[in-house]
Write a protein that binds this ligand. Structure first.
Ligand SMILES: Cc1ncc(COP(=O)(O)O)c(C=O)c1O
Length: 378
């Protein structure tokens, strides 16, 4: 019996046709025909003002920090329970992260705590839609609006997820998407910056093109391009855009595979979870999630570790997730200490992510679920 990994890169089958087309187009640097197709598709799908492919979700977040002119003296409100890039993008510009705890139900930034952390230095709030389940954007937007603070959504997990019927990634002035191998749609490494506030569009194109107005030049709007601002190279090759386009085109097929897996876990683990004090993901009725991951919350760190070992002995690779950022070496330099974000600390020790990739079939899923149900050390 072969092992069941945690993740396996998914290939739809049409990627190579698109890549071949990109080669035939003789435009394999950035912003070629496939990049433009991805932009148009994302903009139409989300109803966003502008989408720009980037070389990673990390780089989309870095672009957001540049666009907002984040700098020394600024504070950024961020959940401690997130990936390091969420915070690093802003710390790179010299900002100080202010770590806020998460809600115990959705594991998203706890909007009820926000007000007390806002100061005259707060530049932005960065909600992370954990597992693609929407943060409470109504309250977050209200608090941000009242305080004159920007909202940048980290929507790395949540493309196609919705909050009160509206797509995640369309609430903040800016939002970051990731197309890393572990995400629902991928080109290996990639991302996108979604721009909802039109005032950032022109400068975003410049920052992404090494601080030049080359995008305008390519559109024939100016007769030469030059250095006009700071910037870097955040645009991916059109070969990757071609790969990604094939995946985005197959979004319904991909989403129905992921839905099948998520619902299988949910249905078949429900009784066991109830009996053993294990919590399954909570999806508020006003959120639609994109079936990005399936996690369970064990009663303790010890039971979580024992279940990881139990599954590993059966060739099944289940993994923990984020360690609290406020307790990391870097987080402590910004004043993070034990008890600073109690829900984050508790959840991080008990959370387990189950194998989740599109090709998981019923036999694999049965094997995983049965192995979990056999587990007695709770
Ligand atoms: C919440 C979150 N934000 C940002 C990122 C960074 O995305 P990327 O790996 O595309 O740089 C990740 C990556 O997994 C993530 O989980």
């Amino acid at each position: 019996m072969s092992d069941i990994p945690f993740n396996r890169a998914f290939v739809v089958g049409t990627e190579l046709d698109c890549v071949r087309q990109a080669l035939a187009n003789s435009h394999i640097s950035g912003d070629g025909p496939f990049t433009r197709k991805c932009h148009a598709l994302l903009e139409e799908l989300l109803g966003a003002r502008k989408a720009l492919l980037t070389t990673s979700g990390t780089h989309a977040l870095e672009m957001a920090a540049l666009l907002l002119d984040v700098g020394p003296g600024d504070e950024i409100i961020i959940p401690s329970f997130t990936f390091v890039s969420t915070v690093n993008a802003f710390v790179l510009r010299g900002a100080r992260p202010v770590f806020v705890d998460i809600r115990p139900d959705t594991l998203n930034l706890d909007e009820r705590l926000l007000e007390q952390f806002i100061t005259s230095r707060t530049k932005a709030i960065v909600p992370v839609h954990y597992a693609g389940v929407g943060c409470e954007m109504d309250v977050i937007s209200q608090v941000a609006g009242r305080s004159g603070v920007h909202v940048v959504e980290d929507n790395a997990h949540g493309l196609l997820g919705k909050y009160r019927g509206r797509f995640l990634g369309t609430f903040g002035c800016l939002a970051a998407q990731s197309f890393h191998e572990t995400k629902n749609f991928t080109c290996g490494e990639g991302g996108a910056l979604v721009i909802n506030d039109p005032q950032y569009v022109e400068r975003a194109e410049i920052l992404r093109e090494k601080g030049t107005n080359r995008s305008r030049f390519f559109r024939g709007e100016i007769d030469k391009y030059t250095w006009v601002d700071i910037g870097s190279s955040y645009l991916p090759t059109d070969i990757l855009a071609a790969f990604l386009y094939a995946q985005l085109e197959a979004r319904n097929q991909i989403q129905s595979s992921r839905r099948r897996i998520w619902e299988y876990y949910c249905k078949n683990l429900l009784a066991w979870a109830k009996e053993h004090g294990v919590r399954l993901p909570f999806i508020p009725s006003h959120c639609e999630h994109p079936f990005h991951m399936f996690y369970i919350l064990l009663p303790s760190l010890e039971s979580r570790q024992a279940l990881i070992a139990h599954l590993k002995r059966r060739g099944i690779h289940a993994v923990f997730h984020y360690l609290p950022l406020h307790l990391s070496d870097m987080g402590r330099r910004y004043g993070g200490k034990e008890g600073g974000c109690p829900i984050t600390e508790d959840v991080s020790a008990r959370l387990l992510r189950l194998p989740f990739y599109n090709k998981l079939n019923e036999t694999d899923l049965d094997r995983i679920v049965n192995a979990i149900i056999e587990f007695k050390e709770i």
